[in-house]
Design a protein around this ligand. Structure first.
Ligand SMILES: Cc1ncc(COP(=O)(O)O)c(C=O)c1O
Length: 405
């Protein structure tokens, strides 16, 4: 049998979807590693800690107890109840199990929410910098992503003025993400309330509050959007999961809580696509939500140390401007002063993408260009790797930037 290289005819939908901008850098990093170069990967989106042992033990026990079959589409009743308890205890939000769905990662739930609600012509407001997947998910669902700049002038947060300029009768969703990826920005109660005022005259707009980094919040208090603005509770989809807070990215469990009609529609879609999320992973998530979080203070301490060490080192470069993030585990660094300078071998680095490639080759550090998040002129550096790797990577970046003229 021979494999044919000729391209298949794909659906027109696929013309809307782009491959992640980070793939090229990741591929090049792999090639360099295969050639024996040490590459420090600051481009990943997950914690480097292991899933806590008690959670793994809960999953192993569940396997032996026979939790290996299909579950209810929207998730195990015990897990949905645990989610309701979590939302009540941590966020003062009262949801019934019927208003909760568990999915294969928070990602799948966002996808289901958009597929369930978006028609052609519908617009989704996405403050930039944004998590890379939001715009493509909107496009796949047939909607139009409307990118709303939220620059360092407003601490990478959407303001009511900016919201008013972009919202209109076609707006279906507003996406909010706090703590934010890539910026680490965390919204306050007052900031949410100001946005809520602007949303009040647009009753058709749903709010997706992506709170996946909730437990990784540094210098500011975390508040859930629906807690801050109870008047918008009925049109908010509160999204969270175990991926980031419990170092469980590979287990693929997220959850969402919101209006029953939306949760029902998302459940119908899930029933026709993936059925239920993995039964074993649900049992692991149940152990996580029912257990204590005694590992978190230590994790946060380690991450704080890395963050501070990284910021102190990067600040030595006059080409970079660093705002210390209030949450998550990324530094979103303004690198505009490093652009349009000549390298030692006579190249002109015109974009953050070119700078990221240059740093990969010459500093041995993989980063993600801000363009991938809708805000060019920046680099995202993940600091959830071994302390020494974080510090060495930052020193190497600064050394390479010093050679630019
Ligand atoms: C802001 C944000 N939302 C959602 C997700 C998806 O999380 P999950 O692993 O639960 O699908 C990510 C993952 O990187 C993220 O950064």
């Amino acid at each position: 049998m021979t494999s044919q290289a000729s391209a298949l005819k794909l659906s027109s939908r696929m013309q809307q979807v782009s491959t992640s901008m980070t793939v090229a850098i990741a591929q090049r990093a792999r090639v360099l590693q295969q050639q024996g170069r040490k590459i420090i990967n600051m481009a990943s989106g997950e914690l480097d800690f292991d899933t806590p042992a008690a959670i793994c033990a809960g999953a192993v026990e569940a396997i032996h107890a026979g939790a290996t079959r299909y579950t209810n589409v929207a998730g195990l009743p015990a897990l949905k109840e645990a989610v309701c308890r979590k939302l009540l205890t941590d966020n003062k939000l009262t949801y019934q199990p019927g208003e909760v769905i568990v999915g294969t990662g928070a990602k799948q739930l966002i996808f289901n929410a958009f597929l369930a609600t978006i028609d052609p012509g519908d617009e989704v407001l996405i403050p930039a910098p944004y998590w890379v997947s939001y715009p493509d998910m909107v496009k796949i669902a047939g909607g139009t992503p409307v990118i709303v700049p939220a620059t360092s002038n407003t601490d990478f947060k959407l303001t009511a003025e900016s919201l008013k300029q972009h919202i209109n009768g076609n707006t279906r969703w507003l996406i909010l993400n706090s703590p934010g990826n890539p910026s680490g920005a965390v919204y306050s109660r007052e900031e949410y309330q100001a946005l809520a005022k602007a949303l009040q005259q647009w009753p058709q707009v749903l709010i997706l509050s992506d709170e996946i980094y909730e437990y990784l919040c540094w210098d500011r208090e975390f508040i859930s959007f629906a807690e801050a603005v109870p008047e918008l509770f009925a049109r908010t989809l509160t999204l969270n999961g175990v991926s980031k807070s419990y170092a469980m990215t590979g287990w693929r469990i997220g959850y969402a809580a919101g209006p029953q009609s939306l949760i029902d529609a998302m459940t119908t879609l899930q029933g026709q696509s993936t059925s239920n999320p993995s039964s074993v992973s649900q049992m692991a998530a149940l152990t996580a939500l029912n257990g204590d979080r005694d590992f978190l203070p230590q994790w946060c301490e380690i991450l704080r140390h890395r963050r501070e060490g990284a910021v102190a080192r990067l600040q030595r470069s006059s080409c970079l401007h660093i705002a210390a993030p209030a949450g998550a585990f990324y530094l979103f660094v303004d690198c505009q002063k490093a652009l349009n300078r000549a390298t030692a071998d006579g190249q002109q680095l015109q974009s953050d993408l070119q700078l990221a490639s240059y740093l990969l080759e010459h500093a041995g550090v993989a980063t993600v260009p801000g363009s991938a998040f809708g805000l060019p002129g920046h680099l995202r550096l993940t600091f959830s790797l071994a302390d020494q790797d974080v510090f060495t990577a930052c020193e190497n970046i600064v050394s390479v930037l010093e050679t630019l003229q």
